[in-house]
Design a protein around this ligand. Structure first.
Ligand code: NAD
Length: 466
């Protein structure tokens, strides 16, 4: 495998140190990853700052033409990038291919947006024109569950708007990101896109850097708070996409078999390591046993294996810390309710089989906290008002789902959920042209679509006399 490099100021650079990246399905190293120190981080920010004026001055169509070339190369190298993603992240190869090709699609979609001047109000005296201009150097910081999709909801929009970027992947999934950084470097002027990799020690230094104008962060709520604190002294712009504890509310008129399948897929997708995964299901008393039985049957049938194996549906947890946390939560849940599944595999790798947890109380940790693993607690309700109140009784508010035979009833329930997104009879229906963001402590600001693009700009209002 070709060596990996940091990308700083148009150069491919060795790290001051290096670190192994571990395949979570085997616990064997995939490759050595360069690790930056603070001086290299500062060099990356300085390069981005120096490249900013010329990049910002280019017409947006020219910036678009540069950025789109990265999508072309990603598509041409789909197989190679997907195999590397499976090796470092753990997800099945077909899902890795979806992530890489989907990320190229998002890149193309975002690169196709525009930032025209807009007349906000016009009268006899003149008109108010809204303009959008770039902020400067943007830091983008990603987690390890969808390393490439999450890079691609940020970097193309930041760049299209005329900013330059210093990107930092998560320490356990840096490899495909570094390959894609080389592509940005190939097609964009030197210093416009930089990437450093760390061992979880440079995120705070990057967000606190005085030459960073904006931080676009995806990760846990706990780290999001630190990002917000470090942005406060200079009033930096921030977009925070944080954790979720998404509830599914299942009304009493559903078909148990088909809804159970949707709930299962929505909870176990990417082995449950999705901010928007279904993390709690509230099921009406009249359907509770039937749906729990269907879910238990699906858990037993699920194929959990190394992502390169034919037929693997679910890979391992991405890293040891997450594996330990989910195992601990499952062990606690066995003392408060009934757990079906949730076994580890008797071989190397951070594998946990899907777990359905039934007859558990709302205060159990597995219900109150984001599990970020292949776990679905199923909670019983008899009054829908009570189900909505319980679903909303959390500090988090990312997404949610409502499942019903009658869409009008579902809409009435969806309209009372305190979250940034709700899907009716579907899940994770994400569109690059539709902005999304969390409520409460699930985040701040929007990503994707026009609103997401505009978050990488400063709005300037100009009054032009008649
Ligand atoms: P994390 O917060 O531990 O790490 C995320 C990134 O932040 C990593 O790159 C990490 O190195 C970096 N980081 C660590 N300390 C930092 C600091 N002080 N300042 C700045 N950056 C720092 O999160 P994780 O464990 O990698 O990811 C899982 C979390 O991400 C879950 O809570 C999940 O819900 C959330 N997530 C949210 C979304 C969303 O769109 N809302 C999407 C995916 C994941």
């Amino acid at each position: 495998m070709a060596p990996f490099h940091l990308v700083i100021g148009g150069e491919l650079v060795a790290g001051v140190r290096s670190m192994p990246v571990i395949n979570p399905a085997t616990e064997a190293p995939v490759a050595e990853c360069p690790r930056a120190d603070e001086a290299q981080l500062n060099a990356a920010v300085a390069a981005a700052k120096a490249a900013f004026p010329a990049w910002a001055a280019l017409p947006i169509a020219d910036r678009r033409a540069h950025i789109i070339k990265v999508a072309e190369e990603m598509e041409a190298r789909l197989e190679e990038l997907s195999r590397l993603l499976t090796a470092e992240q753990g997800k099945p190869l077909d899902k890795a291919m979806e992530e890489i090709s989907g990320s190229a699609f998002i890149l193309r979609a975002l690169a196709g947006l525009d930032l025209p001047d807009r007349t906000v109000q016009e009268g006899a005296g003149g008109r108010f024109v809204e303009q959008r201009y770039p902020l400067g150097v943007v830091a983008t910081i990603m987690p390890w569950n969808f390393p490439i999709s999450l890079l691609m909801v940020k970097a193309p929009a930041a760049l299209l708007a005329g900013n330059t970027v210093v990107a930092k992947p998560a320490p356990t999934t840096p490899l495909v990101s570094l390959r894609i950084a080389e592509m940005f470097n190939r097609y964009l002027p030197a210093g416009v896109f930089n990437m450093i990799a760390d061992a979880n020690d440079l995120g705070g230094v990057l967000t606190a850097h005085p030459d960073i104008a904006k931080v676009s962060f995806t990760g846990s709520t706990a780290t999001g708070r630190k990002v917000m604190a470090s942005a406060s002294s200079l009033l930096k712009r921030i977009t925070l996409e944080l954790g979720g504890n998404d509830a599914a509310i299942v009304l009493d008129d559903v078909d148990p078999k088909s809804v159970a399948k949707s709930l299962f897929e929505g909870a176990m997708v990417n082995s449950g390591q999705v901010c928007l995964a279904i993390k709690r299901a509230y099921v009406h008393d009249s359907q509770y046993d039937a749906i729990c039985d269907e879910l238990a049957a699906l858990a037993k049938l699920a194929v959990v294996d190394e992502g390169t194996q034919q037929g693997a549906q679910y890979g391992p947890l991405q890293n040891k810390a997450q594996y330990d946390k989910v195992r601990e939560m499952i062990a606690e849940a066995t003392e408060r309710g009934t757990v079906i599944g949730g076994e580890t595999l008797d071989r190397p790798g951070y594998f946990i089989r899907p777990a359905i947890v039934r007859d558990i109380d709302d205060d159990a940790r597995i219900v109150r906290e984001e599990q970020f693993g292949p776990v679905l607690p199923v909670l019983r309700y008899s009054d829908v008002d009570d189900a909505i109140a319980r679903a909303n009784d959390t500090d988090q508010g990312l997404g949610g789902t409502v499942w019903a035979g009658d869409t009008a009833r579902a809409l009435a329930v969806a309209s009372r959920m305190e979250t940034g997104m709700v899907w009716i009879n579907s899940h994770m229906n994400i569109n690059p042209f539709v902005p999304m963001g969390g409520a409460k402590q699930s985040g701040m600001g929007q990503e994707l679509g026009q609103a997401g693009l505009e978050e990488f700009t400063q709005r300037r209002l100009v009054f032009v006399p008649a």
